[in-house]
Design a protein around this ligand. Structure first.
Ligand SMILES: NC(=O)c1ccc[n+]([C@@H]2O[C@H](COP(=O)([O-])OP(=O)(O)OC[C@H]3O[C@@H](n4cnc5c(N)ncnc54)[C@H](O)[C@@H]3O)[C@@H](O)[C@H]2O)c1
Length: 357
């Protein structure tokens, strides 16, 4: 069975009211989930297109930060929905980045065994990745996305204009997922990235629909991640390990996309060592990533800790690491099991790479 998510790219947000009307949601009770930044920057842009210009909607606010994406705030939101007499015909609009879409989607999919919800992602990362694919989730005891569901929202609305207030670092972090989509599935989009004079918001806004479509298409073929969907994990085994490792250190923090960028460099190096890609591809990808992202400085003595974290990855086990590698631009190899020494060499390659930034 094909699972195709309903996604609309709206250049003009005034069309959102028509979308609510067409699915009968304009007459329903509407709840809006937002955090501090999206209440301030995004809600004013959306209000005009809500029934009664938003006056009849209930705003549910959570504070910014990953710690709000956990089970206690989720239960608290369920209680508030109950207090406001939300029912299964009510609509929850998730207005925010991946954190709000994951949290709101989780709450909506369990409240009264499922209420209607609409995702309105407002970060690059959420527009091309987190809000697409039907995975909802919250963290439990500090472990990411331990509780969650697989379910699509009724609609997902992408409005590139929201990105104009997003901090530059967040923009670039999300762009790493766009680059990943290009590397795994679109030589044409990858060429456009390589030849663009600047990777700026103008470029990202113009190409975001195309990058989102790559994920939507892959998910439609393999909703439950039995095969093709694993392609989207390219860069993520090493990336997640770097992200978690840096979280353990009080010094610097890596945003998700920044870690994925370094993870893609490492996993391209592993692909090269395994004879899957040529040196030219390795150089092309590494050069591009080093122009746009910063390196990190992790001592060689810590690589064992990084590999330990990779082993805890859902797809790996004690003796074997499971990774998605590439065989060229637009060609993936899922379920690869590189040896530990190849992973070690790839980490050395990334740590010693002369990053431009
Ligand atoms: N469900 C999935 O398939 C999936 C995939 C990838 C990531 N994720 C999840 O996504 C989350 C990360 O998402 P994210 O990178 O969007 O982070 P985020 O949701 O925390 O947003 C980043 C910051 O930007 C602010 N912000 C959002 N939109 C803004 C705007 N338009 N203007 C100004 N500020 C704005 C937010 O308030 C927040 O402070 C993680 O929890 C991750 O686990 C989920």
């Amino acid at each position: 069975m094909e699972h195709r998510q309903s996604v609309k790219v709206l250049e003009d947000l005034s069309d959102f009211f028509e979308l609510l009307r067409s699915c009968g949601a304009a007459e329903s009770r509407i709840f809006i989930l937002a955090d501090k930044s999206t209440s301030e920057h995004c809600l004013p842009l959306l209000s005009e297109s809500l029934p009664g210009q938003g006056r009849n909607c209930v705003l549910l606010n959570v504070s910014d930060g990953e710690q709000r994406k956990s089970i206690v705030p989720a239960l608290h939101l369920c209680e508030r929905l109950l207090e406001y007499s939300a029912d299964r015909h009510s609509v929850l609009i998730n207005l925010g980045g991946g954190k709000i879409c994951d949290l709101g989607g989780f709450v909506a999919s369990i409240f009264k065994r499922g209420m209607r919800w609409i995702n309105i992602p407002t970060t690059v990362l959420a527009q091309v990745d987190a809000a697409i694919g039907g995975k909802t989730g919250v963290n439990l005891m500090g472990y990411k996305n331990m509780l969650g569901t697989f379910q699509f929202p009724e609609h997902t609305v992408i409005h590139p204009g929201f990105l104009r207030t997003l901090p530059k670092r967040e923009v670039l972090s999300g762009f790493a997922e766009m680059a990943k989509h290009a590397i795994i599935a679109s030589p044409e989009l990858w060429r456009a990235m390589l030849t663009a004079e600047y990777i700026d918001l103008k470029f990202i806004e113009a190409r975001i629909g195309e990058a989102m479509e790559i994920k939507r298409e892959i998910v439609a073929r393999d909703f439950m991640e039995k095969g093709d969907r694993k392609q989207l994990n390219f860069g993520h085994t090493v990336g997640h390990a770097l992200e978690s490792f840096m979280m353990e250190s009080p010094a610097a923090k890596l945003l998700h996309g920044e870690a994925v960028a370094l993870g893609m460099m490492a996993e391209t190096h592993i692909s090269y060592q395994m004879g899957l890609v040529s040196e030219d591809v390795l150089i092309e990808i590494s050069t591009f990533l080093a122009q746009n992202y910063q390196g990190v400085d992790i001592d060689e003595n810590e690589y064992h800790r990084l590999i330990e974290i990779m082993r805890q990855d859902k797809k790996s086990n004690k003796d074997r690491l499971n990774m998605t590698l590439i065989r060229g631009i637009g060609l993936c190899e899922i379920d690869q099991e590189p040896t530990m020494d190849k992973v070690f060499d790839a980490l050395t390659y990334v740590m010693r790479y002369p990053f431009d930034k």
